[in-house]
Ligand binder design. Structure first.
Ligand SMILES: *Cc1c(COP(=O)(O)O)cnc(C)c1O
Length: 356
């Protein structure tokens, strides 16, 4: 950290910790006592504050609501057995935050501000980080446009905020997924690589239709031909095909996941060949039929490693092996958890310690 951020802290008068049921957490429903807020105006970030979590007053004309100048990040903090609290690879999220900002004509946020706002907030509310297997504190930084005008122009003022809240496992079962060949999430030249709010609103209808057909998730395909696999819901789709780890190479339509990068790094260290390239639907279906597709999962912060149980394509359902028997993703989960919860050495420097 080059400089210490001057943050004004206003603590809550009454903590909600006691009344929170940590055994029944629904993702995104529970918030810790505090949140972080900063304002952008006159070309600079200012008013760095930590305040009690709660409603904020805004004009109904803010351009975020009308034109979608809004985006977010997602990362997690973990509690170690010795009481330490660490955030997983926040530097990566800080960089991606600024990629999203650039695509949406929004201001850059210095990486130190991003990391320090999170570190200070999580440290203050460290009692909210669950000390339980598969549980963590979800961190949601986001930025949105606040100019109260209806002109379709980039805003001059913005808010940067961070919300935090305890979470349990995101998916509790093996997923039944469908390869989507009608709707698309992102197109070349679009903003699929940004965590833009609008990308997720647009994915809701296809997601609901898939759910109505009995699927847990869908696998997006390319906008042009629907012949190549892109992502799985809001996670990167990864496959172990013929002993090689295969995933879509990053480009306009692919969100460059921190989990994706972590999985690729570990796989390479374990001597598994990694191919980042275009992945065809045909080779995945062929692999599912022949048994050469020995592992398939979605990789993301919220979902962690979400195992795919079956893949449906053009009305046919192809079943994969029992996830518990899959050597690769089991080893991944064990290693990832081991590092995040401080039970195995963090040789990559992935854990950013916010509370000793
Ligand atoms: C957030 C996200 C991911 C996963 O990124 P992580 O950094 O691993 O959490 C993948 N795809 C999409 C579309 C996402 O929004």
């Amino acid at each position: 950290m080059t400089e210490t951020l001057d943050i004004t802290v206003t603590k809550t008068k009454k903590s909600r910790l006691e009344e929170t049921d940590f055994n029944n957490l629904i993702f995104g429903h529970t918030f810790a006592d505090h949140m972080f807020v900063a304002d952008y105006a006159d070309g600079e970030w200012k008013n760095f504050q930590i305040v009690p979590y709660g409603e904020i007053g805004l004009s109904p004309a803010i351009s975020a609501l009308h034109y979608g100048q809004a985006f977010f990040e997602g990362l997690k903090a973990y509690k170690h057995a010795d009481g330490k609290v660490s955030v997983f690879r926040p530097d990566k999220n800080a960089k991606r935050f600024n990629k999203s900002a650039a695509r949406l004509c929004m201001p850059q946020l210095p990486e130190e501000i991003f990391v320090q706002s999170i570190a200070t907030l999580v440290d203050l509310d460290q009692a909210w980080v669950p000390a339980k297997a598969n549980h963590s504190l979800y961190i949601r930084p986001f930025m949105f446009a606040t100019d109260p005008y209806l002109g379709v122009n980039p805003s001059h003022t913005y808010k940067y905020m961070v919300l935090i809240g305890p979470v349990g496992p995101y998916f509790s079962k093996t997923l039944r997924v469908k390869i989507e060949t009608h709707f698309t999430r992102a197109a070349e030249g679009g903003m699929g690589y940004a965590k833009a709010a609008g990308n997720y609103g647009g994915a809701m209808l296809p997601g609901r239709k898939a759910a109505e057909e009995g699927f847990d998730q869908l696998i997006w395909t390319d906008a042009k031909e629907h012949l190549y696999v892109e992502e799985m819901g809001a996670a990167n789709a990864m496959f172990l095909l013929d002993g090689k780890l295969i995933t879509a190479s990053t480009r306009d339509t692919i969100l460059e996941g921190v989990t994706r990068d972590t999985v690729i790094t570990l796989a390479k260290e374990w001597g598994i060949p990694v191919e980042e390239r275009r992945v065809s639907v045909a080779e995945i279906i062929e692999g599912a039929k022949s048994g050469k597709l020995t592992d398939a999962f979605g990789a993301g912060t919220a979902a962690t490693i979400a195992s795919v149980g079956s893949i449906s394509y053009q009305g046919e359902e192809y079943f994969l092996s029992d996830p518990k028997e899959r050597e690769f993703s089991q080893k991944l989960l064990k290693t990832l958890d081991g590092i995040r919860y401080g039970n195995i050495p963090d040789t990559h420097g992935w854990n950013y310690i916010v509370h000793e």
